[in-house]
Design a protein around this ligand. Structure first.
Ligand code: GDP
Ligand code: CA
Length: 344
């Protein structure tokens, strides 16, 4: 059995850990031996102090490899900030992005390999030789794609509340997300470079050759949306024979964690489980939503995604067991949809 997932950072990684747990604990030998490929968002990537930082790739790698800081949900466990403190003492900007000492080693390995002419896929494989995440971890592309954000102008009186930001300019996604906490409205989000990017080796094959494709509850705009913006990925999802099953990142009209509502607002999409499914309407077969959202999501899907099967399930990844159950529900829905397809 081949399972392929498209994923962002923290939410994606958490779900993937549950997915691996559900597969490994399954009584079904096909699930137990399943090979999982993860296509990671790289549009959050940023160059800081000369280092190439890939937050979503690293969140998945550290989480599945046992190196994550469990409290924060990102970064290395038992981390220190000696280098960041020294950089701040030199007055070197930016100071708003946390780079831990151990984490910097990861970025050094990757940056050196990229400078030597290796691809991001190759650098990721090299880092995964240490972490053994238990999945084949692929960047969505080896080309540089970075989400940039057009900030709304910030009225003079409100600037102090937003770190002095005047707005009315374009910034890297990380500056909007981390420094401004997405509290300054975004007029537009653009995955710069996506239109000319090529899927990384193995990405399209992983979608085409999958038995199941899963969309974890990752940010629909700046995690999943950016993977879909790489030419060929969306077409592969439409064409694959595998059922495509997703998990809503929105419960009861709000993202579970983070500021995904600010991203949805920027593209004019309401923060509801049904509206998020609408973003995937052309390829999505099954959609897991919170029990209380099922009615709304079904009604929305009837208009935007006829044929979509919506199921209400406990959607909170509150602990490893709940997360594994959620992932198991996604696999079960996929199996059910594949069975229907065969019967038809
Ligand atoms: P990021 O790259 O670190 O922002 O992580 P992702 O894009 O992979 O995931 C972020 C999304 O995960 C957010 O939009 C959250 O709403 C969603 N999320 C976080 N925790 C949960 C949870 O327990 N259940 C569900 N359904 N979604 C969650
Ligand atoms: Ca991310």
């Amino acid at each position: 059995m081949r399972v392929t997932a498209l994923a962002g950072g923290v939410g994606g990684a958490r779900f993937l850990r549950g997915l691996l747990a559900a597969l490994r604990a399954s009584p079904d030998p096909a699930r137990r031996d399943a090979v999982v490929t993860v296509v990671s968002n790289t549009a959050d990537d940023v160059t800081l102090h000369g280092l190439r930082v890939c937050p979503d790739l690293d969140s998945v790698m550290y989480t599945l490899g046992g190196g994550i800081d469990e409290q924060r949900g990102w970064g290395r466990s038992q981390e220190t900030s000696g280098v960041a403190d020294e950089l701040a003492a030199y007055g070197q900007e930016p100071t708003w992005f946390t780079l831990g000492d151990k984490d910097i080693a990861t970025h050094l390995v990757r940056t050196r390999m990229l400078r030597e002419g290796r691809t991001l896929s190759e650098a990721t494989a090299e880092l995964c030789r240490r972490w053994r995440p238990g999945v084949r971890l692929l960047p969505m592309t080896d080309d540089v794609v970075e989400t940039h954000v057009d900030l709304a102008p910030v009225p003079e009186a409100e600037r102090a509340a937003h770190d002095g930001e005047p707005g009315g300019r374009r910034v890297h996604f990380q500056e909007w997300w981390v420094r401004l906490h997405a509290a300054v409205p975004a007029l537009a989000l653009e995955p710069v470079g996506a239109a000319d990017a090529r899927p990384a080796p193995g990405v399209l094959e992983a979608v085409a050759g999958a038995d199941v494709v899963v969309l974890p509850p990752s940010n629909p705009v700046v995690s999943i949306g950016t993977v879909l913006a790489v030419p060929g990925v969306r077409e592969a999802l439409r064409a694959t024979a595998a059922p495509v099953v997703g998990v809503s990142p929105v419960i009861g009209g709000a993202p579970v964690r983070g500021m995904a509502d600010a991203c949805l607002a920027a593209i004019g999409v309401p923060t509801t489980a049904g509206a998020v499914a609408g973003l995937y309407a052309d390829f999505l077969d099954g959609w897991l939503v919170a029990e209380d959202d099922a009615e709304q999501a079904r009604a929305a899907a009837a208009a935007s995604a006829p044929g979509l099967v919506v199921r209400g399930r406990p959607l909170l990844m509150s602990d490893p067991r709940a997360t594994a159950e959620l992932a198991g529900a996604a696999l079960d829905l996929a199996a059910e949809l594949a069975g229907r397809e065969r019967a038809a």
